[in-house]
Design a protein around this ligand. Structure first.
Ligand SMILES: Nc1ncnc2c1ncn2[C@@H]1O[C@H](COP(=O)(O)OP(=O)(O)OP(=O)(O)O)[C@@H](O)[C@H]1O
Length: 309
């Protein structure tokens, strides 16, 4: 059995003149959490829908769990779960009714369905609210129910499209622990997000921008590639320092974080940058330090700083 869950070559989708996904090559390993990180409109949902077989690519090859997609989309459907961005539950149905409904869609025999529902109520701590309507649940509870429903038929591969947008940090953390449990059981999870903290939890990431794949790799590796390019400046008058810094050709972006100004240098400016910045920024008593790159720096680097400048 192949160790790759998803492979694409030249995957593209055009909507009229708009290139939503542009010649994307992906190699997504089995048994990992793989993240799509990108701003709004970067093509995350469109890519996921093509990988699920819900949308036909304009060009390119797709293989998912050894199946050629979209040709074998029907066979794939039984082996994947998909939690969509818009909440995929019926508000007027209770927790158990939502699960029973999905069990019927997947054609699970009644006894097997009941057993699986009991297991999932337990696993996602939904026992006490089994009779509650989905509309009357909190964001975190609804999200746990959505995950239970998406995994009801025990899929090998799970697609989650921005799953934690309506969830507080504690519930988000909890939700990710559940994802790692699934991975521990051999499942593969593909998750799209624009939250840096979520992206950092993934085993591997693809950074997308305007339909193109800008970077691919483990978060730590993507951050390490920016070594020596992130400088923190402390001192007075940081708004004016920022405006001056942005005039310098070696400064790709600048953003204030509390008492510091965080500067991302262009790739060819790293060597000796602090000395040059010190000479060029004529403000008294500024303190300069090279600092550890964050995933946000990677994101800014990929999007050329335009989004956050
Ligand atoms: N059915 C469609 N018809 C025309 N354009 C579309 C269609 N679906 C998506 N697009 C366009 O394709 C581009 C990529 O959209 P997509 O929804 O894949 O991005 P995304 O990264 O998932 O964004 P978001 O984070 O906002 O969900 C956008 O410019 C969007 O407007």
């Amino acid at each position: 059995m192949t160790e790759t869950a998803i492979t694409t070559r030249g995957l593209s989708k055009h909507f009229g003149d708009l290139v939503a996904v542009d010649a994307v090559n992906l190699d997504i390993p089995r048994g990992q959490i793989y993240g799509f990180l990108g701003p709004n409109g970067s093509g995350k949902t469109t890519t996921i829908r093509m990988l699920c077989g819900l949308l036909t690519p304009t060009a390119g090859d797709v293989e998912v769990l050894g199946l050629e997609i979209p040709a074998a989309a029907e066979a794939l459907r039984r082996r994947i779960g998909y939690m969509t961005q818009k909440f995929s539950l019926y508000d007027d149905l209770t927790v158990v009714e939502n699960m029973q409904f999905m069990a019927r869609i997947h054609g699970l025999p009644r006894q097997q369905a009941n057993q699986r529902i009991a297991e999932l109520l337990d696993r996602y701590t939904l026992q006490t609210m089994r009779g509650r309507r989905a509309a009357a649940m909190s964001g975190g509870q609804r999200q746990r129910l959505a995950l239970a429903v998406a995994t009801l038929h025990s899929p090998d591969l799970l697609f989650l499209d921005e799953p934690t947008s309506a969830v507080d940090p504690e519930n988000r953390r909890d939700f990710w622990e559940k994802l790692f449990d699934l991975v521990d059981e051999g499942k593969t999870v593909l998750v799209s997000t624009h939250y840096m903290d979520e992206a950092e939890r993934c085993h591997q990431l693809a950074v997308l921008e305007t339909g193109s794949l800008r970077r691919q790799g483990p978060p730590a590796q993507l951050m390490a590639a920016l070594d020596q390019r992130v400088i923190e400046i402390r001192g007075a008058d940081l708004r004016r320092v920022k405006a001056s810094a942005l005039q310098l050709p070696e400064v790709q972006s600048a953003a204030q974080q509390g008492m510091q100004l965080r500067i991302l240098l262009t790739a060819d400016a790293a060597n000796g940058a602090i000395e040059r910045l010190r000479q060029q920024l004529h403000y008294p008593s500024l303190e300069f330090n090279v600092t550890r790159p964050s995933l946000e720096d990677v994101f800014v680097d990929c999007t050329q700083g335009d989004a956050l400048r």
